[in-house]
Write a protein that binds this ligand. Sequence first.
Ligand SMILES: Nc1nc2c(ncn2[C@@H]2O[C@H](COP(=O)(O)OP(=O)(O)OP(=O)(O)O)[C@@H](O)[C@H]2O)c(=O)[nH]1
Ligand SMILES: [Mg+2]
Length: 467
Amino acid sequence: MVQSAPSPARCIRRPIGSPPEPARKPLRNDSPIENRRGHATEAILFGLVPMGDPRTGAEALHELQLLAETADFVPAGCMVQHRRHADPHSYLGSGKLDELVEVVRLANSGVVICDDSLTPNQGKAIETAVGVPCLDRSELILQIFGMHARTPQAKMQVELAALQYEMPRLRRRWTHLERQRGGIGVRGGAGEKQIDVDRNLLKTRIASIKRELEKIEQHKVREVQARPDLFTIALVGYTNAGKSTLMNKLTDAGVLAENRLFSTLDTRTRPWRLPGGRTVLLTDTVGFLRKLPHQLVASFHATLEEALHADLLLVLVDGSSPEAEDQLRTVDEVLETLGSANLPRITVLNKLDQVRDRAGLTPLFQLDAKAVPVSVLTGEGMPDLFAAIQDHLAAVEQRVELLLPHSAGALQGEIRAKATVLGEFYTEAGCLITIQASPALLGRLLAEGARMAQPEDHPPAEPDVTS
Ligand SMILES: Nc1nc2c(ncn2[C@@H]2O[C@H](COP(=O)(O)OP(=O)(O)OP(=O)(O)O)[C@@H](O)[C@H]2O)c(=O)[nH]1
Ligand SMILES: [Mg+2]
């Protein structure tokens, strides 16, 4: 008898009886899960939580639920086991695995989804027990990336990550096929030969995609290096934090911003005119996630190239999420992996309009005392964000007075667009202009005819008539 087979209605926030949300997109034919009933496949979610963790299963697996829904599954129930480490053979302990078998049978679900990455052996043990396909967290994320990839580069990056993930799991796939066909085992059978053929095919394809991506990456590096000397700001952060919404609000990028995970897979850069008239470049990037498959982080390196070279990171987090602290830590870990942990940053606590008790933000301020709370949606806090960016510019850029001789007057337009103008004064020799600018821009202005102002460039002071 199944002890505590969790009622799906209790476990998952959307009750099982309620009509599923309209599928955002039908399951693709190449989806690893067969869509047998002609509608989105019902899934049982399962995972481990540490001993003594007070969260309910639904709370602990909430993010997995969002991922499953984003991939067009209908979460029909969930199950967690309190234990410190996964069972090396079957992930869940044997008693809990029996429970999962019973839950799957009762719910008649078509797939089980695990909150962690499974080893090939664990995946195989679970599938054998439950009799339906088992997806792990990495496969689910790869599937979502596959659904959302639009550009050739993003498609190649997802394919590369998926192939690399697939490589050690070939044997599992083939044992399944042999069993279905009534084969006599893998060793020495047709499957064994086919595994070798497949492995070689995968290796060839992986090598060819890597070469293509390498070319794109080199091209991107050149493109970034050739950028005009504009200050660059990259929006990074947890998926669904509001990066693209902010990008759209500040520029006319028109990027897709939706309430689902991994809406953005392609980096996009647009000029943004700061209040005051100065232009910087703003880059929107792919979102991060807890336990992101490392193959994906590696293959999205080219996409993140622009963020890696930014002058400033705006690290967005959904301040209204109960997981905000964990999400901020995850972002730090991914930035560390990418080698961008030391870039200057401003932490932005978004979705302030959804924060009922602002005292709840205290732990986030403990992680970064200078974090700026905003609501991109309502505009609250945005002036503080602009001020924080201006303060940062003032701290890192040089403040100088230049003399622009009449012959270099054409530089004025560029200075107004790319630097902050603090004052100007016209003399017979030209324009004395006090600016705050990046060292790169200053270097170029000096090379193109501007020069540092000298005391003698200033007109003699008017005699003091009051004395
Ligand atoms: N309530 C509220 N919702 C917001 C705010 N900012 C963004 N959102 C919503 O949050 C959802 C996700 O926004 P996106 O801009 O797509 O988030 P993202 O960080 O680009 O997400 P990925 O591209 O998936 O990494 C959308 O439904 C937005 O409308 C805000 O200030 N308040
Ligand atoms: Mg986005």
